[in-house]
Ligand binder design. Structure first.
Ligand code: SF4
Length: 612
């Protein structure tokens, strides 16, 4: 049968833009960009054999086509990146893991900045260093910074803990105690400048600076301070020696090499900052069978640099990539200065590339083997579960549900998702209970089940991707009671065929529909372990949200005590800062900046939380 989309193709304009293919259930299965939308989309239908291997079989699944015209090919590239990130279409090359990169943040807008580990980037907020690919390496670096520089480690924009005395760090000489005015702001800031030099890899500058200070102290016969600086120099020299790989030029550089086997590719990434190698990591790309290295490396660059706020001035790749010039333009725009993407042909850079490539080959074998065993054991568990629970299909998608409440306060429900035996965090959902008063866990569970599957049934409202699929198995935390109310709610929606079980915590018993007796599996059963993981994850997810709401409710009730702060202004604050916690941590200037909050009220809020 003729694909209905073929007709539509003729009407597509010859303009740059992004095209989106969906399957019969409305799921986005491919996103692409083109200089000329019509030509590109026509290719799919006129000469599918000429298409890359990974998208050749997509044609049969296309049920609808959308396109978005953009002003330029570059805009199309940016939009394509965003849409791939949002939908993770199955025919696009995808990174296997959704990594949230660790960074080192310095709150340079504070009078006494702090330095900390984070995975969350706030634009126009702190100064960030990274991304680093190893959280352990970042923590080690922060520890080194704390050894070298007596900076504060207490939280919040203002130094100090609730007691008005310095903490142990001061007595251990690990903090200069700005909290009690032991150090002037300028002096502390000078130290932060040195931390920045350190993170930029300007170690020689730093050593010279330390040496000057050491001699100054010696001349002033302050030998205690001079000895402390001498120890800092020794520690710093030791750290530099540990960084064996370095470049002659003090530049920020990423080195990207790859190796592939069948449908997976391993990408090796070496990051040098200020000429020193600061991180090394590997990534697994899926869906690369028959795809040229230049194409999947191009996809990797788009996926990777879209996630990371720092773009180095030079990116070395093992082969010339598809769309190189366009990607260079995009990255230049992101960085704010020229970015080059090139293949190193000689010298130190070529040597580092060879080293990265060697590592990619080595890691590929390891990752391919790990993936194979994971797949085997996952499918084994799914087969076991299907048999034990007598399911109509393999439980490829399992959804777990739980409720968290204390005396009916700040009650929440959670939905967690496991696909192919592994958690799929992007599909997790939390529900604030709306219709139940008091402590009635059963009614709350029924509400959550009703709302979740109501969203699936209501195909007229825009689908949240988490609700787009229905599970092959539902697991509720609890026994007969929880199972029965959930099932009843499903029946009311004519969804009684959805397989559902209860897993009670006390004896790890499984409750099935229409069966009086519960089922007990041996504790070492892989199937039981998977069900426990689903149940425990639902419990953890509900509890963390419940705690957050409870804390927010507590802060909300504290805010109630502040004169002049009614519901409307409270809402303005939350809308502005994102949460009550952020309101508590806001500086006075930030509070002044909130539209609709008079100065006097801003001051009352600040005084209330900072007690001065
Ligand atoms: S001494 Fe004061 S400023 Fe330093 S970490 Fe302790 S509380 Fe914070």
């Amino acid at each position: 049968m003729e694909n209905p989309v073929k007709e539509q193709v003729k009407k597509i304009p010859n303009r740059p833009g992004v095209y989106i293919y969906r399957n019969a259930s409305g799921e986005v299965i491919y996103v692409g960009k083109a200089k000329s939308l019509r030509k590109r989309v026509q290719n799919y239908f006129h000469s599918p054999r000429a298409l890359p291997f990974n998208v050749r079989y997509l044609i049969d699944e296309i049920a609808s086509l959308e396109f978005i015209i953009t002003g330029s090919e570059m805009e199309a590239l940016i939009l394509e990146c965003n849409l791939i990130k949002k939908h993770r279409p199955k025919y696009n090359i995808n990174l296997k893991d959704d990594k949230k990169y660790p960074f080192i943040a310095i709150t340079i807008n504070d009078s006494y900045p702090r330095v900390f580990f984070t995975r969350k980037i706030v634009r126009d907020g702190p100064l960030y260093f990274g991304p680093f690919t190893s959280a352990r390496a970042v923590r080690r670096t922060i520890k080194s910074i704390q050894t070298l520089f007596p900076i504060r480690n207490c939280k919040g924009p203002r130094p100090g803990k609730s007691a008005s005395t310095p903490c142990l760090n001061f007595h251990l000489e690990r903090c200069l105690a700005p909290c009690v005015g032991e150090v002037r702001e300028e002096e502390y800031r000078r130290m932060i400048d040195q931390v920045i030099l350190f993170l930029k890899g300007r170690h020689q500058d730093l050593i010279q600076h330390f040496e000057r200070r050491m001699w100054d102290y010696s001349r002033q016969e302050d030998f205690e301070k001079a000895a402390r600086v001498r120890d800092q120099i020794t520690a710093l020299k030791h750290m530099i020696e540990e960084q064996k790989i370095s470049l002659d030029e003090e530049m920020d550089l990423d080195i990207i090499a790859s190796a592939h086997k069948e449908e997976i590719a391993c990408i090796e990434l070496f990051s040098t900052r200020g000429g020193k190698m600061v991180a090394r990591d590997h990534f697994l790309l899926e869906g690369v069978k028959g795809v040229e290295e230049r194409v999947y490396l191009s996809s990797f660059l788009k996926l990777h640099y879209q996630e990371t706020p720092f773009v180095p001035q030079e990116i070395l790749v093992s082969t010339d990539i598809e769309d190189r010039e366009l990607i260079e333009q995009w990255l230049t725009q992101e960085r704010g200065s020229r970015v080059r993407v090139s293949v190193p042909l000689k010298g130190e850079k070529k040597r580092l590339m060879e080293m990265a490539a060697e590592n990619a080959y080595y890691d590929l074998d390891f990752l391919a083997e790990k993936r194979r065993t994971e797949k085997e054991s996952e499918s084994g568990v799914l087969v076991e579960l299907k048999e034990i629970l007598d399911l109509p299909r393999f439980p490829r998608r399992i959804e777990g549900y739980d409720i968290s409440t204390i005396m009916g306060q700040s009650s929440v429900g959670s939905m967690v998702v496991f696909e192919e035996g592994r958690s799929k965090k992007s599909d997790y959902k939390r529900f604030r209970i709306k219709t139940v008063d008091g402590q009635d866990d059963y009614a709350m569970l029924a509400e959550v089940i009703g709302r979740r599957f109501g969203r699936w049934l209501d195909q007229t409202s825009p689908w949240d991707s988490s609700f787009k699929k229905i599970p092959d198995l539902i697991v509720v935390d609890g026994g007969k009671g929880q199972l029965s109310v959930s099932r009843k709610r499903l029946m009311e929606m004519s969804l009684e065929n959805l397989p559902i079980i209860g897993l009670a915590k006390r004896m790890e018993e499984i409750y099935k529909v229409d069966e009086d007796r519960s089922l007990s599996l041996p504790p070492d059963s892989e199937a039981l372990k998977l069900l426990q993981r689903v149940r425990d994850e639902a419990h953890r997810f509900a509890l963390s949200y419940h705690r957050k709401l409870r804390d927010a409710d507590t802060i909300r009730s504290i805010l109630d005590e502040i004169p002049g702060l009614g519901e409307k202004r409270k809402q303005l604050l939350v809308d502005h800062f994102g949460s009550f916690q952020e309101v508590v941590e806001a500086t006075l200037e930030e509070l002044y900046a909130v539209k609709g909050i008079p100065r006097a009220v801003a001051e009352s809020i600040f005084r209330h939380f900072h007690r001065f």
